[in-house]
Structures are given as structure tokens and as C-alpha cells.
Design a protein around this ligand. Structure first.
Ligand code: IMP
Length: 434
């Protein structure tokens, strides 16, 4: 096996940073393929925290090729800041980064529109609760064939024309949403700043699809690092409360520009409980004191926006859906330790709607609001051993819990994480092994 896709199994924030970091050890190349600075990974290097939004977590392993695929939407200024942060930590010293020339650019007006829409709908069902990073508006421009690609940053006349044409259409919308139309001077500054950022990034810009393909042909181990989670997928998630990209494993092919026959394994990451940021259905959400306890114990605050994450019980019906949508060949279960000393643990095993039993959550918003989750209860467990090598080291009830997750979700466990450190990991299968 040489190509592995890692995806979040639910609504993102499943602990991808640690898992990708572990799997990256085995890879020669790590490819981030979708989304933009809406994602956030907190990486710890020798006690120092590094938060990345765009650069793949593989950056932690010097010398590995790190690719930003054409399906991404990139804020060039955020990327330059991140590169500088990495370089301060001694990372990215060897030209490891390759940025797809075909990736789309997030410009200030995308962020402006994203924020204006969120403000306008705040407190209503129309608010998506986005990260305000301009993701939706940038993908709208892409789908509308008006987007600005990274390669356009290298041709200032073309860039200026694209930006002006876009704003010609968007200015009335900005006014309609209660915003202030940018002045000509401001627009020119956006253009020149973006062009300058493009100049700085130029040595790292290239043909990402061919670069990845060359590694596939050379049979190099490659890790495709998904962003967000399967249920935030634009086509298959809890629409409209989704992001604007393809977050399921198929997105790796489409966004990185490789054929589906080149993917060997798909690992879905799930926490031992569930979280969600932003709006949208979350039937197993725990409100009140228990939800708050879980939030504090798990440190459930967004790495990108700092927003408190909504917390609840693991939804195996939703996980089953993620397993199906991404064709997961294995599961990485994270943060099992957070459920220690929490009393009985519940897990949703299915739904009931209009007298019918459902093995996956209904996807329609109104149906899911009416559906009744069916819970199974597991007796709680105390502290887990600090350094565990095998499932046998876990208390019996915790072991039963993780085994039930794999059985009902329909995918075997590849690893179980019982703490933030690398040695707090039970490795059960190597996705790169053949
Ligand atoms: P957007 O991607 O900023 O447009 O936000 C759309 C929805 O996806 C919102 O509910 C966000 O909270 C959610 N979202 C986007 N990126 C992430 C992520 O990396 N983790 C968790 N939720 C995310």
C-alpha cells in the first residue's frame, strides 16, 4: 500500500493533527487537497505550539514533500505567515512545499462577503456559522468560472482585470448585505498585495497534480490529508450546514488531480465522542453541565476561530454514513481518555423516524430534527493507563466500547489514541502496509 487518504469522519476537529503526524512518518509526501484556512491543526514541536491552517501537518517531518492541491482555496497572506512561523521553528528549510498553480485564491472581498452574510443572518437558521475565512465566496467564484487562481498572481494585469470584473458584479451585493464598497485605491492595494505575495510564493508554485502523480509512479508512500469531515461535504453532508468543498475521500482524487485507482487505503478519524462547530443538526449534542464538562476535558475550542465546540455523544449512525461515503478501510479513534471518569458513556446506534428504524441519520434538516436517536449505554471507566500498547491494556468497559464502535461503524480500528503524546497510541494496523 502506498497511498493513504485520511479524512475526518464527522464534522471535523477529530484530532487529525496527531494522526496525520503519526502516519506522516511513513510517508514521503503529504498532500493537503481541499478547503483553506478554515481548517486548523495544533501541532506541538518540542513544547512549542504551532497552529497550521494551510500547510499540511506533514511539515513536522523535515524533508517530506508537502503539497497544497489545486482543489484548495488559499489566502496567500495567511500562507506566507504560516511558512514564516514554520521556518522560525526550523521547519520548511529545504523547499519542501509545492503549491498548486491551479488552487484558487482567497481575496479580501471573499472574507468581507462571508462575514457580511454571517452577520446578516446571525441568530437565525440561515447562519451557517462559517469560519469567516471567505471559503464559500471563493468556491462560488470558482464554480462560477470567475475565480482567481494562484497562477494569476504571477500576472498582475490579468489579476487586476479579474478582481475588477468580480467586484463589478459583487459590489451591489456588498451594498445589499450592508457592507461598504471598496474604493478604487483599496482594490488596487488588494491587487498589488496579492501580486507581491504571489512573487514571494513563486518558487514554490507548480503543477501539483503531476508532482503527486510522479510520486505515485515512483511508488512513494503518499498521505492525503483531508480537511474538515465527511458530514461537512458540500454534496453529501448536512447541507446547507456544510463547507463548500468535497471533504469525503473522493475529494482527494478530484482536488489533487489523481485517479481513484491510485488510492489504496482510507482512514477515517473519529473522536470517542462527537463535536461540531457552527450551525446545523447535531442530535446527540449534550447541553448544560455535562456538555461543558466534556468541552473542558477535551479542550474543545476551535483552533481557527477559538469558538467553543458543541459536544455530545458519539453518533455511530453518522459514523457509519462517513464510513460508507469515504469507503473507509480503517478507523483512527482519538481522545478515548477524555471520557475517563465521566460516568456512564452513551453512544447513538441508530434512529427512529415515523416508527421506522434507520441505520443512518436522515439527511434532511426537518427529518433529522424529528428523528429520535437510539442510545446504547456503556458503564464508565476510570483513568486509562498512560502508555498503552494494546487494547488488552484498557479497562474492559473501555475495550468493549471501542470494539462496539468498530463493529457498528463497519470498519476495523487502525489506531486508538488515549492521550496527546505519541506514545499514548495503540497502533493496530499500518495503513501503508500491504
Ligand atoms: P466554512 O468552511 O468557513 O464556510 O464554514 C462552513 C461550516 O463548516 C461551519 O459550520 C464551520 O464551522 C465548519 N467548518 C469549516 N472548517 C472546519 C474545520 O476545520 N473543523 C470543523 N468545522 C469546520
Amino acid at each position: 500500500m502506498s497511498t493513504v487518504v485520511v479524512v475526518g469522519a464527522q464534522w471535523g476537529d477529530e484530532g487529525k493533527g496527531k494522526v496525520v503526524d503519526l502516519f506522516s512518518e511513513r510517508a514521503d509526501m503529504v498532500v493537503r487537497y481541499g478547503g483553506g484556512a478554515n481548517a486548523g491543526h495544533t501541532l506541538v514541536i518540542g513544547g512549542t505550539k504551532l497552529v497550521t491552517h494551510l500547510v499540511p501537518s506533514g511539515v513536522m517531518h523535515p524533508g517530506k514533500s508537502c503539497v497544497l492541491g489545486d482543489g484548495m482555496v488559499i489566502d496567500p497572506h495567511t500562507l506566507l505567515e504560516e511558512i514564516a512561523d514554520c521556518q522560525k521553528q526550523g521547519l520548511l528549510q529545504r523547499n519542501e512545499l509545492l503549491i498548486g498553480l491551479g488552487a484558487h485564491v482567497i481575496l479580501p472581498y471573499h472574507k468581507l462577503l462571508d462575514g457580511l452574510r454571517e452577520d446578516r443572518h446571525a441568530g437565525t437558521a440561515q447562519a451557517i456559522g462559517t469560519t469567516r475565512r471567505g471559503i464559500g465566496p471563493a468556491y462560488e467564484a470558482k464554480a462560477g468560472r470567475r475565480g482567481v487562481k494562484m497562477r494569476d498572481l504571477l500576472r498582475i494585469e490579468r489579476l487586476r482585470e479579474l478582481v475588477r470584473n468580480n467586484l463589478d458584479e459583487l459590489n451591489p451585493l456588498i451594498t445589499h448585505l450592508g457592507g461598504t464598497v471598496p474604493s478604487a485605491a483599496e482594490v488596487e492595494k488588494w491587487v498589488s498585495d496579492a501580486a507581491r505575495a504571489g512573487e514571494k510564493l513563486a518558487p514554490s508554485l507548480g503543477d501539483a497534480s503531476r508532482h503527486v502523480y510522479a510520486a505515485i509512479v515512483a511508488k512513494k508512500p503518499i498521505l492525503f490529508e483531508g480537511a474538515q469531515g465527511c458530514l461537512l461535504d458540500l454534496d453529501h453532508g448536512t447541507y446547507p450546514y456544510v463547507t463548500s468543498s468535497s471533504t469525503i475521500a473522493a475529494g482527494a482524487c478530484q482536488s489533487a488531480g489523481i485517479g481513484p485507482t491510485h488510492i489504496n487505503a482510507v482512514i477515517g478519524i473519529t473522536k470517542a465522542y462527537a463535536t461540531r462547530v457552527g450551525s446545523g443538526p447535531f442530535p446527540t449534542e449534550m447541553h448544560g453541565e455535562f456538555g461543558e464538562r466534556l468541552r473542558q476535558a477535551g479542550g474543545e475550542f476551535g483552533a481557527t476561530t477559538g469558538r467553543p465546540r458543541r459536544c455530545g455523544w458519539l453518533d455511530l449512525a453518522a459514523l457509519r454514513m462517513g464510513v460508507r461515503l469515504s469507503g473507509m478501510t480503517g478507523l483512527a479513534l482519538t481522545k478515548l481518555d477524555v471520557l475517563s471518569n465521566m460516568g456512564d458513556v452513551q453512544v447513538c446506534v441508530g434512529y427512529k423516524l415515523d416508527g421506522k428504524a434507520l441505520d443512518e441519520p436522515p439527511i434532511d434538516g426537518e427529518d433529522i430534527a424529528r428523528a429520535e436517536p437510539i442510545f446504547q449505554t456503556f458503564p464508565g471507566w476510570g483513568e486509562l493507563p498512560r502508555a498503552t500498547q494494546s487494547l488488552d491494556d484498557l479497562p474492559k468497559t473501555a475495550r468493549d466500547y471501542v470494539q462496539t464502535i468498530a463493529k457498528l461503524a463497519g470498519a476495523p480500528l487502525a489506531l486508538v489514541s488515549v492521550g496527546p503524546d505519541r506514545n499514548q497510541t495503540i497502533k493496530l494496523a499500518d495503513p501503508f502496509a500491504g
